[in-house]
Design a protein. Structure first.
Length: 156
């Protein structure tokens, strides 16, 4: 055997062995398990209609309303989907972002299949908006009267 064949053999044999041993580890497949289930889909929006993308979502189970059962973030469209387990009762869903938030409730029946969804809308009512405008106007008038009082009186 020539010297070149021995060097080539010394390189090729370990390379072939490495490829044969690494083949199953390097190659892998993917599997997707799919099925149908009753899920709760949320779409969070501000009262202006803007989507709450990336908002924090906390889901509270009926038997532990102080500790979140599930937490996550809404997607770019303000959506979040979850599947409650078979615990019967009222599940609370809280969505928060930048100081704004809303609550919703999901009631799961004793059979685990009956789901009722109640969403809350926390936008301002017309009475609340009117009170807010009146408060701002009153505050401006009070401030103007306060500063008017501080000016020295004009000599007569």
């Amino acid at each position: 055997m020539s010297e070149r064949a021995i060097v080539l053999s010394a390189i090729v044999k370990p390379l072939i062995a490495a490829l044969l041993l690494a083949g199953p580890a390097a190659a892998h497949g993917a599997f997707v398990d799919m099925g149908t289930t009753e899920a709760v889909a949320i779409q969070a929006r501000y009262d202006t209609g803007a989507l709450m993308a990336g908002a924090q979502v906390s889901v509270f189970a009926p038997d532990n309303p102080a500790q979140p059962w599930l937490t996550g973030l809404t997607d770019a469209d303000g959506r979040f989907v979850f599947v409650p387990d078979d615990r019967a009762g009222q599940w609370a869903v809280q969505v928060r972002q930048a100081g704004h938030g809303a609550m919703g409730y999901v009631t799961v029946g004793t059979d685990g299949a009956a789901i009722t969804v109640t969403a809350s809308r926390t936008g301002l009512s017309w009475a609340q908006r009117l009170l807010m405008v009146a408060s701002v106007v009153w505050g401006c008038i009070g401030t103007a009267l306060y500063f008017r009082r501080l000016r020295p009186a004009e000599p007569a």
